[in-house]
Ligand binder design. Structure first.
Ligand code: GTP
Ligand code: MG
Ligand code: ZN
Length: 348
């Protein structure tokens, strides 16, 4: 059986990097195939995402074409952009241009933590700020429970260290538009020459340049994904699990003994208090509740719909398209099986 990894999606074709242990030769004259998805996978609503490990059948070696006949079990699925089997996420956040916004940075971090992903926080454009500025931010982010790395593609600072971390497994570079994700990837993999774009002087925000997700080979065993930037992630975490998305709390978490405490007004709660991001926690908690309420409303509407269509006996079973809000699982159910359970159309 021939297996491989989906590297990118081009129109209706999947570019697949094959797991050939040997260099291309006469038997296997290419290391990549352009594949379609078998109709059977379409019918059962099984989506194929970048990063998916897949089985290929009927390879046409001369034309470098094939068909995806099966998807191997997924370890995880990043929400935005949708990338499967992610080992770590590099969150790129600019120290300047655009101006650093602690609340937005916190949102990105909490969103990634809620998906149980390993986060490598990279503060970009280090060359644009003073040492004092960087050190004060570094201290601040350490108090948030992170060990940030300062990088600059202009001076090369921090990039050898970063490269070391990316030589194995699948890494996704994510973050707002214009922070320098594509510039970073161009630096790490010089032959690529992917498009980068200037920050809009008028708005101080980036113009969206990267439009799709693509995995590039890095080091001996690594794959690195460039992704399109976006403004702010949604926080669709279960309210009771939100506190677990703040690493700085984990050391004094035992100071709240209540299992169902939301750490708001409950008496004797030792988590409520004067740590810097407590304000962010309270704001995000409101969002998490709004998300839960919306989800419950959708579930109720679903039930009503089902019982309505049950009358008359002419119901036709159709695979229902799952919207983004359905897709998010609670942290507690995160370790449940992920293969084939998500049916949202490919992001972007
Ligand atoms: N001074 C400085 N500028 C940088 C650095 N890295 C990137 N830039 C600039 O920042 C701008 C945006 O860079 P991109 O690499 O396109 O940013 P991106 O995150 O890929 O943006 P999207 O594709 O829109 O999400 C470009 O003008 C880069 O030249 C850096 O380390 N220092
Ligand atoms: Mg880009
Ligand atoms: Zn509490």
């Amino acid at each position: 059986m021939i297996t491989g990894t989906v590297l990118s999606l081009q129109a209706n074709y999947y570019r697949v990097g094959l797991d050939l242990a040997i260099a291309p030769d006469e038997t296997y004259p290419c290391s990549e195939l352009l594949c379609i998805r078998r109709a059977r996978l379409k019918k059962t609503g099984q989506m194929v995402y970048v990063g998916d490990r897949i089985e290929v059948e009927e390879p046409d070696w001369q034309g470098a074409r094939g068909a995806i006949s099966g998807i191997l079990p997924r370890r995880n699925l990043l929400e935005r952009p949708m990338v499967a089997n992610v080992d770590r996420v590099v969150l790129a956040f600019a120290l300047a241009e655009p101006q650093i916004d602690p609340y937005q940075l916190s949102r990105f971090l909490v969103n990634l933590e809620s998906q149980d992903l390993e986060v490598l926080l990279c503060m970009t454009k280090r060359d644009l700020v003073t040492s004092e500025f960087w050190h004060s931010w570094s201290d601040r982010l350490k108090s948030w429970g992170y060990n940030p790395l300062a990088i600059s593609v202009n001076t090369g600072e921090g990039l050898p260290e970063l490269r070391e971390c990316l030589s194995a497994g699948v890494t996704v570079v994510t973050g707002q538009s214009g922070v320098g994700k594509s510039s970073l990837i161009n630096y790490l993999i010089p032959d690529l020459n992917i498009r980068v774009h200037g920050v809009s002087a008028k708005l101080g925000t980036g113009r969206h340049t990267t439009r799709h997700v693509e995995l590039f080979a890095i080091g001996d065993h690594g794959l690195l994904a460039d992704t399109p930037g976006f403004t702010q992630p949604t926080l669709n975490c279960d309210p009771i699990d939100l506190i677990d998305c703040f690493p700085e709390v984990q050391d004094f978490k035992h100071s709240c003994q209540f299992r169902d405490c939301l750490h708001l007004n409950e008496p004797d709660c030792g988590i409520r208090g004067d740590w810097e991001r407590y304000g962010h926690y309270c704001l995000f908690l409101q969002e998490a509740f709004a998300y839960k309420t919306a989800q419950e409303a959708i579930a109720t509407a679903d039930k009503t719909l089902k019982s309505k269509s049950g009358h008359g006996g002419t119901t036709k079973e159709e695979p229902r398209l799952v919207t983004k809000s359905h897709r998010r699982r609670s942290r507690r159910s995160n370790h449940q099986q992920l293969d084939g359970s998500y049916q949202e159309d490919l992001d972007n």
